[in-house]
Design a protein around this ligand. Structure first.
Ligand code: BGC
Length: 802
């Protein structure tokens, strides 16, 4: 078992464990919403236990590979040059590498409060010379083009000359995900490298299809304390790397401090003529490590002042894990991301799994951001808005109207889902049909609406949001078909969120009919879209309707479809995941658990046995239960009533119980949803699922996926569980409502929220909810508690007794 200590703000590894290193690299990634660099060591190139990766938000490139008679095209998140390389050797000795020395002491510490990664190694080299190396690293949160490393190197028993080798490595490929290893992975062309002044060098690369240019310029200096030391420098350059070797005297017990600062610019930057010019200018102007670090820490402190969720129960582990999740969220999407034309990737910019693509996971990620940094959510929604022309083409190609967003989205909004994927268990390439998850098109609409609810941002709604809602409604109205026998509308040939079910075991074509989640969400959207039109002022309404050619008859049809949508039920009030679900076989959960232990990825196990998970009542993740995650029971009653069904909220627990027993949690999103829906009925069970979801990445509970990237949806979802479920927070009728219920394990939670521009501080204890209206654009804010509304003035606190 790896040695790990968790503190309120720190994750500390106290041993060097090569097997754990890939996981630690992902968890110790530093990023600023534009650039992210894995927590690989400076001296290490890619190898069995090391994988330095530097990624640019939205930095994609497409490559093709012939596989089994298909030409597979994949748009990947590119691993850009490695700016980290730094190592040393006593002249004539071996270059330092963690794998080649005897380690006497080791610790690695991620400080999430300050955004700094530390390492401390005391070691002896092959000639028994003993050294201590202490390192610190940042990826600057305030100046997003700058990154920095500081090394403090002390020799304990030796005096002599050392050489320091500092470089930028452009000879990197994408090799973080084993399953992708048969696919082409060389995305970069090195264009130029050179030297800037006495102490800096640069390297420019270009992606070979998307033509993104990136220049990294790095400056290396050596100090005695804060005083610069004169060093001899020689140029160290290969076809794919630029660097310098610095020769310097090293005296026993006299620490040498080495600073490496890098400036990273790309052709996607704003206010730039050319990346080399900008990076060289950037590195010439960059301040010292110490002063940059101070600025960086100050920025993090400011972010934490609104982002933190404080648990004052002494449960340090839960506290830290929530903070780790907030930290990685803010490293993936931060104020630096605003206006960058990037979406929020399911796996962060932390690794190469899912190729940096954007999925429906936004649904889980936005609520945390919207209630603190709404301008960031707006920017991430604009990523979708700008890709609406492509979504219209996708809809038309499939014979539908309106806009149909792809299941996986990358640079230009085309469908980026893979068509074949490798089952690592069987070694077989299997057809991937998951792109028929059209429900991403209700998630996007839901996100637009929630953003508007939280902010009241009419300018966004009227110029962008409404158009998205209307075009999405149009898509759903056109995919719905009328069944005269039933006298109801249906949605056929799609998949719900549960990725184990891609089609009927008895059918040749993929696709399921009447996925309950999709149908109900489509109804919600068709109704919402009709009411949105009325929110717009007359001029905008006319303009928009003329622009998208929206006739009154379409609205009539939307109303008709929404009031007659079909929803399947079976076995006494169980909402069927999809029509025909009840005909599937029950799965032998106990037998398989006994045989395989971990059966989260049952689909892969069964495929390797020449069986098919589609045959069974077995889900990878919450599907029907998503309805209880997104809607209150009152909202569901109203939706079902609108469709002409009687829905009694008393059947909710029965549905939860039914599906929970048939779910493997093969997606990390699943536990978040289950914990959410159980929060009021089964506090113990909900807490257990919450704890498991919290551990998803830090303990890599999927057995080896986190090193390929964190699971951002689960990270955000756990934070949102505290933020919304336990406070009972709802945005309804222009009021922010609370209806708290803490889990038994928590007794004091503090957080800050921004609702409609107002900053509120919330404190929740066992017997009291205190809400303070800190400041905001209007003198009063309306706060609802259970069924009463109070008006709070700036500076006032109101205590509600629980
Ligand atoms: C889940 C999807 C999710 C995707 C990206 C898959 O394993 O089944 O629901 O969108 O991962 O996180």
């Amino acid at each position: 078992m790896a040695k790990r200590e968790i503190k309120e703000w720190e994750l500390v590894y106290t041993d060097w464990d090569p097997e754990q290193q890939p996981l630690r690299e992902a968890l110790c990634t530093l990023g600023n919403g534009q650039i992210a660099t894995r927590g690989a060591f400076e001296e290490a190139g890619a190898g069995a236990s090391h994988y330095p990766g530097t990624y640019l938000a939205g930095g994609y490139n497409r490559l093709e590979t012939p596989v089994e008679g298909h030409v597979l095209g994949n748009e990947d998140l590119v691993n850009f040059p490695n700016w980290l390389p730094l190592t040393f050797r006593p002249v004539g000795g071996d270059w330092f590498h963690i794998d080649d020395v005897r380690i006497d002491e080791f610790s690695q510490r991620l400080d999430v409060y300050r955004g700094v990664l530390h390492r401390h190694v005391r070691f002896a080299d092959a000639e028994e010379r003993r050294f201590t190396l202490a390192t610190r690293r940042f990826v600057h949160m305030r100046s997003p083009h700058l990154t920095g490393i500081e090394w403090t190197l002390t020799s304990h028993d030796w005096t002599g000359e050392i050489e320091l080798r500092s470089s930028i490595d452009g000879g990197v490929v994408n090799a973080n995900v084993d399953r992708y290893s048969d696919l082409n992975n060389e995305h970069l062309e090195v264009l130029e490298c050179g030297f800037e002044g006495d102490d800096a060098f640069y390297l420019t690369v270009r992606t070979n299809q998307s033509r993104i240019r990136m220049t990294q310029a790095a400056r290396t200096r050596v100090f005695d304390g804060q005083d610069p030391i004169a060093v001899d420098r020689t140029r160290d350059r290969t076809d794919a790397s630029a660097g310098q070797i610095l020769t310097v005297a090293c005296r026993r017990n006299k620490p040498l401090r080495v600073e490496k600062i890098a400036a990273i610019h790309t052709s996607k930057d704003f206010a730039i003529s050319e990346s080399r010019k900008q990076a060289c200018k950037g590195i010439r102007r960059a301040a010292t490590f110490t002063s940059l670090l101070e600025d960086h820490m100050e920025e993090w402190e400011q972010l934490w002042s609104h982002a933190d969720i404080v648990l004052s129960d002494g449960d340090v582990e839960t506290q830290f894990m929530l903070r780790l999740h907030i930290f990685h969220l803010l490293q993936t999407a931060s104020p630096n991301t605003i206006d960058r034309d990037v979406g929020v990737p399911a796996r962060g910019w932390h690794g190469e799994a899912y190729r940096g693509h954007v999925f429906w996971d936004e649904l889980f990620i936005f609520p945390f951001l919207t209630l603190r940094l709404p301008e960031l959510t707006r920017s991430l929604l604009m990523y979708r808005y700008r890709r609406m022309p492509e979504a219209r083409v996708l809809a038309a190609e499939e014979g539908f109207d309106g806009a149909m967003y792809p299941w996986q989205s990358g640079s230009d909004g085309s469908e980026e889902s893979q068509v074949l994927h490798l089952n690592p268990r069987s070694g077989r390439w299997v057809e991937d049909e998951t792109n028929i998850q059209r429900h991403v098109n209700v998630a996007i609409a839901y996100n637009v609406w929630q953003y508007y609810q939280a902010t009241g941002d009419m300018e966004f709604l009227s110029h962008y949001g409404a158009e998205m809602l209307l075009e999405l409604a149009r898509f759903w109205a056109s995919i719905a078909t009328y069944d005269a026998d039933r006298d109801r509308y249906e949605i056929r040939g799609v998949m719900g969120p549960d990725e184990f079910h891609t089609g009927y075991p008895w059918a040749d074509e993929p696709g399921l009919n009447n996925n309950a989640y999709t149908n109900v969400m489509a109804v919600w959207l068709l109704r919402t879209a009709c009411s949105v039109i009325d929110l717009l002022d007359e001029t905008r309404r006319e303009h928009l309707r003329a622009g998208i050619d929206l006739a009154d008859e379409e609205l009539v049809r939307w109303r008709q479809i929404s009031s007659k949508m079909f929803v399947p039920f079976h076995a006494d009030d169980i909402i069927s995941q999809f029509e025909g679900y009840e005909k599937l076989e029950e799965f032998d959960w106990d037998g398989y658990r006994e045989e395989y232990g971990d059966i989260q990825r049952l689909d892969r196990i069964l495929e390797a046995e020449d069986d098919d998970v589609n045959r069974y009542k077995a889900s990878k993740q919450a599907d029907v239960l998503m309805l209880f995650y997104l809607f209150s029971s009152e909202q569901l009653v109203s939706l079902f009533d609108h469709m002409g069904y009687v829905f009694d909220p008393a059947v909710i627990p029965k549905n939860i119980e039914y599906y929970i027993r048939r779910t493997s949690h093969g997606s990390t999103l699943s536990r978040v949803v289950h914990s959410w829906v159980l929060a009021r009925a089964d506090r113990g069970g909900a807490w257990q699922l919450f704890r498991d979801a919290l551990r998803s990445d830090v303990d890599d509970i999927q057995g080896g996926t986190t090193h390929e990237g964190i699971h951002l949806g689960a990270m955000a979802g756990t934070v949102d569980l505290i933020q919304r479920v336990h406070t009972g927070l709802e945005m309804r009728d222009e009021v922010l409502w609370f209806n708290p219920l803490l889990p038994y394990e928590l007794s004091d939670v503090r957080l800050r929220l921004r609702y409609r521009g107002h900053w509120l501080s919330v404190r929740l204890t066992d017997d009291k909810l205190s809400v303070t209206f800190d400041r905001g654009p209007s003198p009063a804010a309306e706060i609802g508690f259970r069924d009463t509304v109070v008006e709070l003035h700036q500076g006032e606190t109101h205590d509600f007794t629980l």
